[in-house]
Each structure stands twice: as C-alpha cells, then as structure tokens.
Design a binder for this molecule. Structure first.
Ligand code: SF4
Ligand code: SF4
Length: 296
C-alpha cells in the first residue's frame, strides 16, 4: 500500500479537481482530504459521514498584553523561540512555534501568560460513491499547525491497511508551511499540480526545495498548460533539470468547471473526453511502480 499526495505551491491550481478525478478511477483506495484549512473534496465526493471525532490541539500559550511588564523573562526562557517582540511594542507568541510546554506560564512573574487548548476542530470518516474518505473541518479562526493533517493521514492509512486497500490518495494543503511538512512526512509519492504562470513556477520551485528533503517519488502535471505555453516550457525545463517526471499537460477546458458545478469528477462528467483519458494515463503511470516498504 502506498500514499500518493497531491500538492501545489499555492491554492487554485486545480489540485482537488485532479485528486477527485483520480479518486473516481482508483477503485482500490482510501481518500484523505488533508487540505484541512479549505477542505473541498467533499463538494465533489458528497460524503455520508459515518464517524465524527473532535480534535483537541496541544496547549498554546497566550500573553495578556495589559498585565505584561515587558520584563522579557519569557523570551529568554522559551527554548522554541516562539515569543517575539511586536513591531510597535509588546510581545506575542507565534502559535506555530509554541510547543505548549507551558514553561513561560510558570516563570512569568506577574501571571500574564496562560495556555489554551482548542477543541473546535473535527475529523470524519465518511462513505463516498468511490470509497472511504477521511476529512476534517476546522473551527472558525483556528490555526492549522499541521497536527490535524497528521491525524487525518494517520487515520486514512489505518483504514487502508485494515481494509487491504492498495492506495491512499491524499489531497494535500497548498503552500510550503507546517501543514505541507506534515503532509510530506512519510508519504511515498508526490504529484504536484502546477499552473503555468510566473508565480506558479516560483511557488513550485519552493515546494520542490522543501519536498526533496523528504525523498518521496516526485511527479508533476501542468494544469491548463495552454493558457501560457511560454511558462509551460519553462516549467518543463525546470522539471527536467530536477529529474521530476512530467506525467501530463492538461489543457484548459470549461468542462472541468461544469463538472464541479454538477458535483461530479471530470471522469464521471465526460468519460470519453481527452482530459478523462489523460487522468487515466496519470493514474496508470503513478501507480505502476509499487512502493516497497522496508521493514525496520
Ligand atoms: S515574563 Fe510575563 S511579564 Fe515578562 S515579558 Fe513575558 S509575559 Fe511579560
Ligand atoms: S508554552 Fe513553551 S513553547 Fe510555548 S511560548 Fe511558552 S515556553 Fe515557549
């Protein structure tokens, strides 16, 4: 069994559309929507929720600005470098860097720090017309540190193992932050969905630099390649230079949007179309080499 994670340097490249289309032809996979900030695989897969679980985050420290005397003791003691001076005075704690050790809370001489846990996030196991989907919903204003991404992936892998599914298809988060690091850790194959714009090329270079540290097999598709063939050529050159296999160039087609509006994957909406054939070819190639897990 191996996990195929779809990533993009930024949102809006068509990553979820491609992920859902692959899901609709996979037949032997568990699906995971790890784009927990903007989960939208459910819009196409229309899940029927079987299980709902509350996800409790770790402790995160907060400073009460009114009580803080700016003694800097907490800055000095935080070994995760999570406490910073604000540009216009005062201190703040970066929730992505805070490890919830609560040391600052104990050493603050005036009790200006307290810690909170968030329990406003949920993850679900659902049934879809193509198979099981593990997905999540974050509460309004919640920060995504990547822990919820780890949780949904873990659950999807467990289900795949227990049901004998051969694949997990994970729709990963966009960008290159903590959630992407959580999605990359331990995944077997990465399929990058790239849009042919200058910013798309820039974003994908940053993503590749990050992803290479995790040593997955790397593949790419260029979506709407014909809206800017000059940049498409630049992207292809970059992929070649970095030995990343380009699996397909997907042309722009309004049918992709029509399919989404009808809550269908492209393969369901127009099974005989050139794009559906391309999706089938992507699946064929990316699943051809079976990932071999080495027992430790
Ligand atoms: S230790 Fe307490 S009082 Fe001192 S800077 Fe930190 S929050 Fe403010
Ligand atoms: S809880 Fe620990 S990691 Fe978080 S800010 Fe305080 S000392 Fe730093």
């Amino acid at each position: 069994m191996h996990e195929i994670t779809l990533l993009s340097g930024k949102g809006g490249t068509g990553k979820t559309t491609v992920a859902a289309a692959l899901a609709s032809i996979s037949r032997d996979a568990v699906f995971c929507d790890a784009d927990v900030d903007a989960a939208d695989m459910h819009l196409i897969l229309k899940p029927e929720i079987l299980e709902e679980h509350r996800f409790e985050s770790n402790w995160v420290a907060k400073i009460d600005d009114d009580n803080c005397t700016r003694c800097s003791k907490c800055v000095e003691y935080c070994r995760f470098d999570a406490i910073h001076y604000k540009p216009f005075g005062g201190l703040e704690i970066n929730p992505f860097q805070c490890e919830g050790c609560r040391l600052c809370e104990r050493i603050c001489p005036v009790g200006a720090i307290h810690s909170e846990k968030s329990n406003n996030n949920f993850w679900y196991v659902s049934k879809t017309r193509f198979g099981t989907l593990v997905h999540a919903k974050m509460g309004a204003g919640e920060e995504n540190s990547g822990k919820l991404v780890t949780e949904v992936r873990k659950k999807a892998m467990e289900i795949a193992k227990s049901t004998g599914a051969r694949f997990v298809i994970t729709d990963g988060p966009p960008g290159i932050g903590c959630p992407v690091i959580s999605a990359l850790t331990g995944t077997h194959k990465v399929l990058m969905v790239i849009e042919p714009t200058k910013s798309g090329l820039h974003d994908i270079k940053r993503l590749v630099d990050l992803a290479l540290n995790f040593e997955p097999e790397m593949y790419a598709v260029i979506n709407k390649y014909d809206i800017n063939t000059g940049v498409t050529n630049e992207i292809e050159k970059y992929l070649n230079e970095n030995s990343i296999k380009l699996l397909a160039r997907i042309p722009f087609d309004t049918a992709m949007v029509e399919a989404m509006l009808k809550e269908k994957t492209m393969v369901e909406y127009q099974p005989a179309s050139p794009i559906s054939k391309i999706i089938e070819e992507i699946w064929e190639v990316i699943t051809k080499t079976e990932y071999v897990e080495i027992e430790g």
